[in-house]
Design a binder for this molecule. Structure first.
Ligand code: AMP
Length: 290
């Protein structure tokens, strides 16, 4: 596995690959890799000739007072895992390489896709995400790029950005990978104390209950949302940032889950912000019970 730190070298490598007819897959991450990230890597390796894994803790997507400084970083461990999976190139640019002095261009997807959900409590976050992914697309020239539905709003924003800016990569969005106890894998889980981790388990519990309700024919978004909130608001439970039931593509709130919906949750457990979601597919609906 090659480790590339410079943009020029990365683009030269990618241009050569594209010129020789190779299908290039890109998996953008902030590192501290876990099985969730590796599921994206595995998909890219299966579907592409060359897999580039980028590891960059992107400062422009962190707000003031957020965890940019303490965000876990372990390039040594990440490169071991990436190599073992069969990644061809790990692209690890420095902050200076990505945002040199005088840098002043940002990509912003406007409107309801970025105003609500995480956008409401993290102003500027998706501008940072869209900017860095756009830069990575221009550097790595991927035919396919891989994202997790765990960050459903991010995936929707990237799809919109790629479409609006005519970037031809196929955006692949893959399922949430969970710990054995149901907690969605996240690099931020390391922040949780044992006590907080117990509280965090209310998230998958609430989402499981929501899927079961949908499965049994409940289609009222209000009823499902209320059930999730009741579970999360158990004694001393996490602090809810939002519980929303939305259209998976537009992220606009829906009244009914008929036709498919995304149930999105964000909470604070102590000072750690965790997000998770489930997709209620069209097929899940049996109808009848409202
Ligand atoms: P991050 O390093 O947290 O920015 O995540 C990089 C990519 O991995 C994003 O597309 C995430 O949605 C995806 N990802 C993170 N956690 C998971 C998970 N538990 N399951 C699947 N994909 C994930």
């Amino acid at each position: 596995m090659k480790i590339i730190r410079s943009i020029r070298e990365m683009r030269d490598f990618a241009s050569d690959a594209v010129r020789s007819g190779k299908v290039v897959g890109l998996v953008p991450t902030m590192g501290s890799l876990h099985e969730g990230h590796l599921s994206l890597v595995k998909a890219s390796i299966k579907e592409c000739d060359i897999t580039v894994l980028s590891v960059f803790v992107n400062p422009s997507q962190f707000g003031t007072g957020e965890d940019l400084e303490k965000y876990p970083r372990d390039i040594q461990k990440d490169s071991g895992l990436a190599e073992k999976e069969g990644v061809d190139v790990m692209f690890v640019p420095s902050e200076q390489e990505m945002y040199p002095e005088g840098y002043s261009t940002y990509v912003q997807v406007t409107g309801s896709l970025t105003d609500g959900l995480c956008g409401a409590s993290r102003p500027g976050h998706f501008r940072g995400v869209a900017t860095v992914v756009c830069k990575l697309f221009n550097i790595v020239l991927p035919h396919k790029s891989y994202f997790g539905i765990k960050d459903a709003q991010q995936a929707a924003v990237i799809k919109k950005m790629a479409g609006d800016l005519d970037y031809p990569a196929e955006i692949r969005v893959l399922p949430v990978v969970r710990e054995k106890d149901g907690l969605a894998m996240s690099s931020r889980n390391v922040y949780l104390t044992q006590e907080e981790r117990k509280k965090a388990l209310l998230i998958p519990k609430a989402l499981k209950r929501a899927s079961d309700m949908a499965e049994s024919g409940v289609t009222s978004a209000e009823k499902i949302k209320k059930e999730i909130e009741d579970i999360l608001m158990a004694d001393n439970g996490p602090r809810i940032d939002y519980v929303e039931i939305v259209d998976p593509a537009t992220l606009d709130p829906v009244e009914s889950t008929i036709g498919g919906a995304l149930i999105a949750v964000a909470v604070y457990v102590g000072s750690t912000r965790l997000i998770d979601n489930v997709v209620i597919s069209e097929r899940t609906q049996h109808g009848g019970n409202e």
